[in-house]
Design a protein around this ligand. Structure first.
Ligand SMILES: Nc1ncnc2c1ncn2[C@@H]1O[C@H](COP(=O)(O)OP(=O)(O)O)[C@@H](O)[C@H]1O
Ligand SMILES: [Mg+2]
Length: 314
């Protein structure tokens, strides 16, 4: 029987609840799936035909360890999304590459730890007015992401302290203007399965002062179903196609299925202050896919995973 490992983290050993229905849906398709914790030493990865990363949300502070794990797994099983994708997409520097390739992203100041920027230098790089966001380039679940007021000296001081703390941990800092459309219109997440558009959801603002992380793992999201316009779907398609081209152009893309469409992808889009859509992030590693928010989404996902597993089992 074809076997699939659905990868989670130790604090969610039975998967994120949104993924639990996948177990039965895959069983109904004649493939067996288990929830497996990525850093559990007892897991025998070679017993799986396909290993699908799902809720491995604790890698942000341990990215090297996570990448070493991915490398190990892809030596003995088929890993999706593949190693090259995981390497590229776990660090938001990929946004710079997408921007250089013509994708409009949230305007960002990139503050690199090796520049050893002084508080003064940080101050001059932060927006002069409005609100701003400080976040690490390697992050998940909105953790270590803060919202500050640019003109209030005390808040600006906290923003500088926040950036210095992350830089002191050798992490790249992204400084952005706070886009108020996140409050008024919301962020839209467009979900793709095996290269095909599946559905979209609307995500409420995350930086609204509720500072409670669930299990220290992620901040709770307020999600609702939403109908995306053809233009939005088109933009999301273009983001994914651009990412695919950039990855295919990498010299060391390992793994036989690297050129297949991403098994899953989520394109998170917000509006800038002029109302134009800009990319917040492209999630190719461990996005929530919100299958319960659209008719047929769970079946599309289960079909795609089962097909990929059958292919891997050969
Ligand atoms: N520039 C910004 N303006 C407004 N909200 C933001 C901005 N950057 C991040 N956020 C909020 O923080 C959340 C998490 O940021 P994101 O870049 O998506 O990182 P993560 O990888 O942690 O999801 C977003 O979903 C959004 O609600
Ligand atoms: Mg996000």
């Amino acid at each position: 029987m074809t076997r699939i490992g659905l990868v989670t983290c130790s604090r969610l050993p039975d998967l994120d609840p949104e993924d639990t229905p996948l177990l039965d849906a895959l069983a109904a398709r004649g493939v067996s799936a288990d929830a497996v914790v990525w850093d559990d030493e007892a897991v025998r990865w070679e017993e799986y035909d396909l290993v699908v990363v799902r809720s491995a949300w604790d890698y942000a502070q341990r990215r090297d360890e996570f990448l070493a794990w991915a490398e190990r797994v892809c030596g003995v099983a088929r890993l999706v999304n593949p190693l090259a994708v995981i390497r590229w997409n776990t660090d938001k520097h990929y946004l710079r590459e997408l921007e250089a390739a013509g994708v409009r992203i949230v305007p960002t100041q990139w503050l690199e730890p090796e520049r050893h920027l002084s508080s003064r230098a940080l101050h001059t790089r932060f927006p002069a007015h409005g609100e701003m966001v400080i976040k690490p380039a390697v992050s998940a679940g909105s953790l270590d992401t803060g919202r500050y007021t640019a003109i209030d000296p005390q808040s600006r001081g906290l923003a500088i302290a926040h950036a210095r703390r992350l830089l002191g941990e050798d992490r790249t800092v992204m400084a952005q203007r706070y886009l108020t459309s996140v409050d008024t219109v919301g962020e839209r997440a467009h979900v793709f399965v095996a290269g095909e558009y599946s559905h979209s959801v609307l995500k409420g603002a995350m930086l609204d002062g509720r500072d409670v992380a669930v299990d220290g793992l992620y901040k709770e999201e307020r999600i609702s179903a939403v109908e995306a316009s053809p233009e939005e779907v088109e933009m999301a398609h273009e983001v994914i196609a651009t990412a695919r081209q950039l990855l295919d152009a990498q010299p060391d893309a390992p793994g036989a299925d690297d050129h297949l469409p991403f098994l899953y992808a989520r394109v998170d889009v917000v509006s800038d202050d002029d109302g134009r859509p800009v990319l917040m992030e492209l999630e190719l590693v461990e996005p929530s896919l919100f299958p319960s928010y659209a008719d047929g989404a769970l079946d599309r996902l289960a079909d795609a995973i089962a097909a990929r597993a059958e292919r891997a089992a050969g």
